[in-house]
Design a protein around this ligand. Structure first.
Ligand SMILES: *Cc1c(COP(=O)(O)O)cnc(C)c1O
Length: 346
């Protein structure tokens, strides 16, 4: 079997030997009864890292986000969110289907929105309008290119929310990356938000799992809706063990992914028809545009397969590359060689 260098996403990682051992040795119980000791340990650990009273293990980041929305809104409410965000674009329309909310979208700068923009989007208290209830932020921002949400702006948004009686949810699928790259602790980001979701199955390399954290009272409500959404699981300590292992062993190494992403971006900047700003690459995601009309993004993705490299065309002109646990520094060299062979140097 040939080994592909898979840069399509950081979700493609496979469990390491050590993680598989942790899975095999996990102590388990029925988590629907709250009796899985490994799940309980993971939930306590993540709550502690995020500085929240409680957290709950769920199958996916999508479920975590949707539970946050469901448990903090009423049907007909409005949720302010960035236009290229994950919950609005990549969760199958779940906000409308499962919670009956509507999104009010704001265009951000590489995914980052400002308190002043949000202030303008808050509806007047008048019966003509929907009720603005929740603000969703994303850190790092996926489609924005792994952008780190500036902590000062999060604080400003949080203060505005409090003043106006709104709640804040942080989609922190890649909050680990933001924290490692910025040096700001996870709980510093989380303290400004009522609910926070984090993914174990992205850069941390676990096969499955996300958590949602918040106050005890919120998590109590989330727990009920998790059951309703079909996310109550049984001897799931085998998965929580992978998550605990990932938290212990795979957070600090994220800086290697960030270095690899920067190296990729700098190399790409030297190639013909590539429009990229390497200084904008802050974490493990590299998004670039192909100006050249000779080849489009889909064709480039096909060509790169010949070099053993899988990449993700996110539009006719846009490519997304994501570095992770299963991509080495040497792989970056091989990838850049492939790109150079296809596109040529400037
Ligand atoms: C991946 C991702 C999610 C959740 O994805 P799942 O595939 O449902 O686990 C949520 N938000 C962001 C920003 C993501 O990148």
């Amino acid at each position: 079997m040939i080994r592909f260098i898979d840069l399509r996403s950081d979700t493609v990682t496979k469990p390491t030997e050590g993680m598989r051992r942790a899975i095999a040795e996990a102590e388990v119980g029925d988590d629907v009864y709250g009796e899985d000791p490994t799940v309980n340990r993971l939930q306590e650990k993540v709550a502690q890292l995020l500085g929240k009273e409680a957290s709950l293990f769920v199958p996916s980041g999508t479920m975590a986000n949707q539970l946050a929305i469901k448990s903090q809104t009423q049907p007909g409410d409005e949720v302010i969110i960035e236009a290229t965000s994950h919950p609005f674009n990549f969760e199958g329309g779940a906000g409308a289907a499962l919670s009956g909310i509507q999104f009010y979208c704001i265009k951000g700068e590489r995914g980052i929105i400002k308190a002043s923009q949000i202030e303008e989007a808050i509806r007047p208290k008048d019966h003509h309008y929907p009720v603005t209830r929740l603000i969703c932020l994303e850190n790092t921002h996926n489609r924005g290119g792994g952008t780190i949400f500036p902590i000062g702006e999060i604080e400003a948004i949080s203060r505005l929310a409090k003043e106006r009686g709104l709640l804040v949810h942080l989609d922190g699928a890649r909050l680990w990356n933001a924290s490692v790259a910025s040096g700001i602790p996870l709980h510093e980001y989380a303290r400004w938000c009522d609910s926070v979701s984090v993914c174990l199955s992205k850069g941390l390399g676990a096969p499955i799992g996300s958590l949602i954290a918040g106050s005890k009272e919120l998590i109590h409500r989330v727990h009920r809706f998790r059951k309703m959404f079909g996310g109550g699981m049984r001897q799931v300590g085998i998965l929580a063990a992978a998550g605990l292992y990932a938290i212990e062993h795979h957070i600090d190494r994220l800086k290697e992914d960030h270095e690899n992403a920067k190296k990729l971006a700098r190399g790409l900047a030297e190639l013909k028809g590539v429009k990229i700003h390497p200084e904008q690459v802050e974490t493990n995601i590299v998004i670039f545009e192909i100006e050249d009309s000779q080849i489009n993004a889909f064709q480039l993705a096909e060509e790169m397969k010949k070099f053993g490299v899988l990449i993700h065309a996110i539009g006719r002109r846009m490519i997304r590359l994501v570095t992770h646990l299963d991509v080495t520094q040497e792989d970056i060299g091989v990838t850049l060689e492939g790109f150079e062979r296809v596109l040529g140097r400037k």
